[in-house]
Design a protein around this ligand. Structure first.
Ligand SMILES: [Zn+2]
Length: 55
């Protein structure tokens, strides 16, 4: 299973999901893929168990 983390950029309000290890996450080098800023907040950390969201 792959842990995914949901983030929201406080600058451009974009929400995005990243797949990374906890070690990577703890390094705190998460930046917004759109504006490249690090003003991101983590939403809920979740495991990708749901597969019925998208067909
Ligand atoms: Zn952004």
């Amino acid at each position: 299973m792959v842990p995914t983390y949901e983030f929201r950029c406080e600058d451009c309000r974009r929400e995005f999901t990243l797949v990374m290890s906890m070690a990577e996450r703890d390094k705190g080098k998460i930046s917004c893929p759109a504006c490249k800023k690090k003003n991101v907040k983590q939403k809920i950390s979740t495991f990708q168990t749901k597969t019925s969201k998208k067909s």
